[in-house]
Design a protein around this ligand. Structure first.
Ligand code: ATP
Ligand code: MG
Length: 425
């Protein structure tokens, strides 16, 4: 089944309001293996909507509209459907009394304009809106054995949500015996092309199987999917995931919506270990990400934004002679920052970061994007130098990603950054 989504609302074409309902709708459709092939946003104008409805209904077996069911002048979805499909509207006294009841429950009298919301399509299913006054509709337009369905749903996201589960998904479940199962496998510390290269054996084993690689924000996501009946598709998806673990080992940091900061947090928490930070070029962003996780006080003790030389020297004990010799952006300063944080905060690990986020401040031997990251533990101090590309914001973000990942690898590899022989989770 091919589906189209039409979001109705002039405000959705303005500069301030984004159509998010279609994302929510697409998620429900995907769950049932229904492919979304068209999506559009149209203003609250009858002619535009009629044109759009005809276009979409011509091409898709399932069309879903959201919005324009309100009681006001500019809510024209029903009017447009009525014209486009030559379907008469009539006032359903039962729906009217339900709407009136919603007002009475709140000690209000129903305004006259709301009568419009009780107008329904004769011979088609009206979907009761438990969360609002505007009912929705399911119009079965199938004829001569060719399926064609139009779902008309409200625009208020909270109301839409209620009807998705109660009406659309229930109907999808009854018509589709196919489901789509998905898994996102997240890798960091590798570029998109390195991931593609490692994926070659997987591609060869599974020709035509749906795999998508997406990169951004310092991580690469491998999206896996398996279509079919649950008892067949789900085990297949698990098999794909296992193959990726075999290929990528501990370069995989998480699945689905897991974030690096929560993965690191869980590692630290489960071991009863703690961490602190000494950040120069990232300006506290690592501490910020760590504390984005609720419950992080169990393992995060504190951090210093060591932006100037004096702070590095006097608060974290970085040797001024080292700064004179190597400069603030150097391996030895990163190491001393990590050790300084550890000592100062009395934590298991210390993270030290120093670098040049740009766009100014670079030089021939220390170009913009040079970042030194160090992890200090009770027994050793590890260091890595990176050369990052991008805007100031991106370089800062990548640096936090690399630092958090370094700590993660340091822990899972047993107190070293070196890869062990057989990578296993
Ligand atoms: P309903 O069909 O539920 O009566 P409506 O379009 O008549 O909706 P509006 O007043 O236009 O009602 O919209 C209600 C709220 O829902 C507004 O805040 C609007 O921006 C929001 N909204 C409508 N459509 C969408 C959409 N596609 N994505 C996100 N928000 C939306
Ligand atoms: Mg609207």
């Amino acid at each position: 089944m091919r589906a189209a989504i039409i979001a109705v609302g002039s405000e959705l074409l303005s500069t301030t309001k984004l159509d998010t309902n279609s994302l929510r709708l697409a998620r429900s459709l995907e769950r049932f293996g229904v492919e979304v092939v068209r999506k559009s946003v149209v203003p609250d104008r009858v002619d535009d909507l009629i044109e759009e409805l005809k276009y979409m209904l011509d091409r898709c077996e399932l069309v879903i509209t959201t919005g324009g069911l309100g009681p006001t002048e500019d809510d024209v979805t029903k009017e447009a459907i009525s014209s486009a499909l030559s379907l008469p509207l009539w006032l359903d006294p039962q729906i009217l009394s339900l709407i009136e009841q919603r007002f009475t429950e709140r000690g209000l009298t129903m305004p006259e304009v709301n009568r419009k919301q009780a107008m329904v399509f004769a011979g088609h299913r009206t979907l009761y809106n438990k969360r609002g006054t505007a009912p929705g509709f399911h119009l079965d337009l199938s004829h001569l054995g060719e399926p064609k369905h139009l779902f008309v749903l409200p625009g208020v996201p909270f109301e839409l949500e209620g009807m998705l589960e109660h009406d659309l998904e229930r109907w999808l479940r009854s018509t589709q015996d196919q489901s789509r199962f998905r898994r996102i496998v997240k890798v960091t510390g590798m570029t998109e092309s390195q991931v593609e290269e490692l994926l070659q054996p997987f591609y060869e084993n599974h020709r035509g199987e749906p795999v998508t690689v997406l990169a951004g924000h310092g991580e690469v996501q491998i999206h896996l999917q398996a279509d079919g009946r649950a008892d067949d598709a789900f085990p297949r998806l698990m098999q794909y995931e296992q193959e990726l673990h075999d290929l990528f080992g501990d370069r995989i940091f998480g699945l689905d919506d897991e974030q690096l900061e929560s993965v690191v947090g869980r590692l630290l928490g489960s071991r009863g270990e703690t961490v602190s930070t000494a950040e120069s070029c990232t300006g506290g962003l690592i501490a910020s990400r760590i504390t984005d996780v609720s419950g992080s006080s169990a393992y995060f003790v504190g951090g210093v934004t060591a932006y100037t030389r004096d702070v590095k020297q006097f608060m974290l004990g970085v040797d001024p002679e080292v700064i004179d010799r190597d400069g603030e952006v150097s391996e030895e300063v990163a190491r001393q920052l990590a050790r300084g944080a550890r000592r100062r905060f009395g934590t298991t690990y210390g993270i030290g970061v120093t670098g040049i986020a740009g766009p100014s401040g670079g030089s021939a031997d220390k170009p913009v994007g040079t970042v030194h990251v160090s992890i200090a533990s009770p027994t050793t101090t590890e260091h890595r130098k990176y050369l990052l590309a991008g805007s100031r914001e991106l370089i800062k973000r990548y640096a936090t990603q690399l630092a958090l990942n370094m700590l993660r690898l340091f822990i899972v590899r047993g107190g070293t950054l070196d890869r062990r022989e057989t990578p296993r989770r």
